[in-house]
Design a protein around this ligand. Structure first.
Ligand code: PEP
Ligand code: MG
Length: 571
């Protein structure tokens, strides 16, 4: 029996035989070629074939899954049409007389390594996409049929280095019990896919897992990040019990997810979702979301060569708003910059990107880009409860300037003859401590606050949220963060505006009773967390939660807060 540990990526428990998936090692020889034009032609043909393969896989993904998988293949096709990448490869072949396989491999590997060195987890995860595309073209050039997961013929736990989107599309999902990968973080493809399929997954488990003999019995706990190889009987029984508990609890919670979250003493709490695209919004409805508390609009701007125009944005917002009907939808304006590079914006390198030129700062400096988004939002508003929210606000002046640009955009839309909803609530993210300090002044400017505890914690503790070495400082349950939440709520109550919270903390089972006690009006979280969060809210009375919050706010540390909440759980 052997126990291994990884990063929890998707909750649930699985037991079953291991299916070890290892790519064939590709041997790519670097050679000097004499006929460069023939080699360029070979490269063009391989690229065309790769694009056709990607198109076919995309269609399969569209018909089989509602996850983000399908759109990933649009990004793959784009990589193969990216002028910078293609030029680099053509030059290596044409000017340096390098064979196409080596030229493709080198160019894509260099690009993958650049992405891997970025701070943002999203971009690091995209390195796997680049390698996936590179491998596809190289296999075509070498005339190799790449191995895939189609030989899977019995229900198994898939163990792999890191599954690429191409791997997973070919996978018969009915035969997958769970996933375990050597590499990858919480936003890797395996993690996204596992969550979409509600299957347990552990990622970043280290290369030891690849030495597990094929077909040996595996136990996997995606909540705790645990993997056990060849377990003894006692452990098998324990995991079987955990599995039963998880399944019973999840199905009960899901059954109740469409009812509202009413506390034992009758307070109804709004539970809404954080989403990043239309598919997420669909999933949110399936998990009982009462609206969208945070639509991250970055999805429209990333992985492309030019900024989305007003018409394209309008279509995207319309789709989401139509799906959500009359439910509230809070759209956050563009939050990129600093560490999230967009090829068509000259963002430049910064020493401290999290303190840099990003989000509202960048948008206010580029009014055309900002107003394009605002006009599209205003045009999509009629007949919906659309609300607009500005990210990374630090000063009152920023709010006022953003509001002025919103007014200008409204005038432009109306002058063009289009309708705009009569009332559109306007809010800001509270994620920079300066806003907490002056919250009573900010509350006079807007209709609502949404507290972004992911960034608020990073700026309060001066601990970058992507740096593993300071991750121990990043727990938003720290009283230093909780006390700020209390002051924001007090300031908002003074002005009669409502407050939501859309950082990860809102869906954290140990934080929920404290946030309830502090008086939060709206909890916004990943769709998968909604059924559990509603269950927890229903188990508490607000009166008890208020007492709990008062008690833990004066504690020393996040651990103490969590320990206390665990012992205070009413059930
Ligand atoms: C936050 O900072 O808490 C937040 C919700 O925004 P993001 O995670 O997108 O920065
Ligand atoms: Mg943020």
């Amino acid at each position: 029996m052997r126990k291994l540990k990884g990063i929890p990526a998707s909750p649930g428990v699985a037991n079953g035989p291991a299916y070890i998936f290892q790519d064939t090692e590709l041997t790519i020889e670097k050679k000097t070629i004499s006929d460069t034009s023939a080699e360029l032609k070979r490269f063009e043909e391989a690229t065309q074939s790769a694009l056709e393969q990607i198109k076919a896989i995309r269609e399969k993904a569209v018909s089989e899954t509602s996850s983000e998988e399908a759109s990933i293949f649009d990004a793959h096709a784009m990589f193969l049409q990216d002028p910078t990448l293609i030029d680099a490869i053509r030059q290596a072949i044409g000017n340096n007389a390098i064979n196409a396989e080596a030229a493709v491999n080198e160019a894509l590997e260099t690009h993958a390594q650049t992405l891997e060195s970025m701070e943002d987890e999203y971009f690091r995860a995209r390195a796997a996409d680049i390698r996936d595309v590179g491998r596809r073209v190289v296999c075509i050039l070498l005339g190799i049929d790449d191995v895939d997961l189609s030989s899977l013929d019995q229900p198994s736990i898939i163990i792999a280095r890191d599954l690429t989107p191409s791997d997973t599309v070919r996978l018969d999902k009915n035969l997958v019990l769970g996933f375990c990968t050597v590499e990858g973080g919480p936003t890797s493809h395996t993690a996204i896919l596992a969550k979409a399929l509600a299957l347990p997954a552990v990622v970043g488990a280290g290369s030891d897992v690849l030495n597990v003999p094929s077909s040996s019995l595996i136990l996997l706990d995606g909540q705790k990040g645990e993997i056990v190889v060849d377990p003894d009987e006692a452990l098998q029984l324990e995991f079987a019990e955990r599995k039963r508990e998880h399944e019973t609890r999840s199905s009960e919670e899901l059954e109740n997810a469409f009812n509202s979250a009413v506390t034992l003493d009758g307070f109804e709490i709004e539970v809404v979702a954080n989403v990043g695209n239309l598919q997420d919004a669909q999933m949110a409805l399936e998990r009982g979301a009462e609206g969208i508390g945070l639509l991250r609009t970055e999805f429209l701007y990333l992985d492309r060569a030019t900024a989305p125009d007003e018409a394209e944005q309008l279509t995207a917002y319309d789709q989401i708003l139509d799906l959500m009907g009359e439910r509230p939808v809070i759209v956050r304006t563009l939050d990129v910059g600093g560490d999230k590079e967009l090829p068509y914006l000259d963002l430049g390198q910064e020493a401290n990107p999290f303190l840099g030129w990003r989000a509202i700062r960048m948008c206010l400096d580029q009014p055309d880009l900002f107003k394009t988004q605002l006009r599209a939002l205003l045009r999509s508003s009629p007949g919906h409860d659309l609300r607009i929210m500005f990210p990374m606000i630090a000063t009152l002046e920023e709010v006022r300037r953003a509001k002025a640009l919103l007014d200008e955009s409204r005038d432009e839309v109306c002058a063009g003859g289009a309708a705009v909803a009569e009332s559109i609530q306007l809010g800001i993210m509270v994620e920079i401590p300066s806003v907490v300090v002056l919250a009573d002044q900010f509350a006079k400017e807007v209709d609502f606050f949404s507290i972004g505890t992911n960034d608020l914690t990073q700026y309060t503790m001066a601990a970058e949220r992507t740096n593993e070495k300071v991750a121990h400082l990043g727990d938003a349950c720290h009283p230093a963060v909780l006390q700020q939440i209390r002051s924001v709520l007090q300031a908002a109550q003074g002005e009669g505006i409502w407050v939501g919270l859309c950082g990860e903390l809102a869906g954290d089972p140990e934080a929920i009773p404290v946030l309830l006690g502090l008086g939060l009006d709206e909890f916004s979280m990943a769709p998968a967390s909604i059924p559990r969060a509603k269950t927890i809210l229903r188990r508490w009375s607000k009166a008890d939660a208020v007492k709990l919050a008062e008690e833990v706010l004066d504690f020393d540390s996040a651990e103490d807060v969590r320990d206390r909440v665990r012992t205070a759980q009413p059930k």
